[in-house]
Ligand binder design. Structure first.
Ligand SMILES: [Zn+2]
Length: 310
């Protein structure tokens, strides 16, 4: 399967389980039917897409919605949440903590963010302004990324319920585990695992057909979390970006992260500077992936700082 080039689409993955696949690698979401209504997994990156998600899920399932689950805090997965204001929102407690840390004091039921630095920090991580300083010519790409009117004011609803380790929905025909494996892609990433249907929504633990954003990740934690997912009995995994994938795809993605980590560790050991590492480290086997050109240098910098700080 390849990224489709037009609009987003809702793909039925298994009986009563649907994946919203973002256009051209944009963020994904999900919908899980239960007798008590539909569980929405992530809410898209702005209200217009959140509304489109809600509408298509309603049309496809004919069922009311029961609640929202956030896989993690990042803006492109949570900023459609005002469209789901009637529903409880469930997330790991570290997702709420990350929101509080990044978004500050909340005025009422949601945060309304129009400040560029806060929006960048909530999409790419709070270290983004250090990772891509103002003088860096690459900064323009990141600013443009949220430059369309849909991002003028971003409205985020906090989780209304959180958990510390794991959470389970006991459905008549399946068990849905919200699994937490520690800091990984950011802080508070969870995997939504449908045990019987052998499907898992991985959030941004996996980017399929796209080079990942690793700016604010715990690289060892991410590789370890993917190792835990590999041990699950799964037929399909839904990445945070890109089309549905198999565990073998995820294993290859994990190998890429291990290669990147090894290359950066070698550079550090050889006394190569961060600037030189960002310039010189290449992963030719993955250079064809979407976002490789834009993100690889910053991912290398992030990995360099991460490994140096260990
Ligand atoms: Zn993310």
């Amino acid at each position: 399967m390849t990224d489709q080039k037009s609009g987003p689409r809702l793909v039925t993955i298994a009986a009563g389980v649907h994946a919203w696949i973002g256009a051209n690698g944009d963020s994904n979401a999900g919908a899980i039917e239960t007798p008590d209504g539909v569980i929405i997994v992530d809410t898209q990156q702005y209200q217009r897409l959140g509304s489109a998600l809600r509408e298509v899920v309603l049309t496809r399932t004919g069922k009311p919605l029961r609640n929202v689950v956030y896989t993690h805090c990042h803006l492109d997965h949570t900023a459609g949440s005002s469209v789901f204001a009637d529903l409880p929102i469930l997330a790991h407690e570290k997702t709420l903590a990350a929101m509080n840390a990044c978004l500050g004091v909340r005025d009422g039921e949601s945060w309304s963010i129009s400040d560029l630095a806060t929006k960048l920090g909530f999409l790419f991580g709070q270290n983004i302004l250090e990772l891509v300083p103002e003088a860096d010519p690459a900064r323009a790409w990141f600013v443009n990324r949220i430059g369309t009117p849909d991002y003028d004011t971003v409205v985020i609803r906090p989780p209304s319920e959180t958990f510390a380790d794991s959470f389970t929905f006991h459905l008549p025909d399946d068990t849905v585990h919200l699994r937490y494996f520690g800091p990984a892609h950011c802080d508070g990433d969870i995997v939504v695992h449908l045990e019987k249907r052998k499907v898992a929504f991985l959030g941004d633990l996996l980017f399929q057909n796209r080079f990942p954003w690793l700016g604010d990740c715990d690289l060892d934690g991410l590789i370890a979390a993917l190792g835990h997912v590999l041990a699950l009995d799964l037929s399909v995994v839904i990445p945070g970006h890109g089309p549905p994938a198999a565990l073998a795809d995820m294993a290859r993605f994990r190998e890429m992260l291990i290669e990147l980590r090894a290359a950066v560790a070698r550079a550090l050991k050889a006394g190569v500077s961060e600037d030189a590492a960002a310039r010189e480290i290449e992963l030719p086997r993955y250079a064809h992936l979407q976002r490789y050109k834009e993100w690889k240098p910053h991912d290398v910098r992030a990995a360099y700082r991460y490994l140096r700080g260990k």
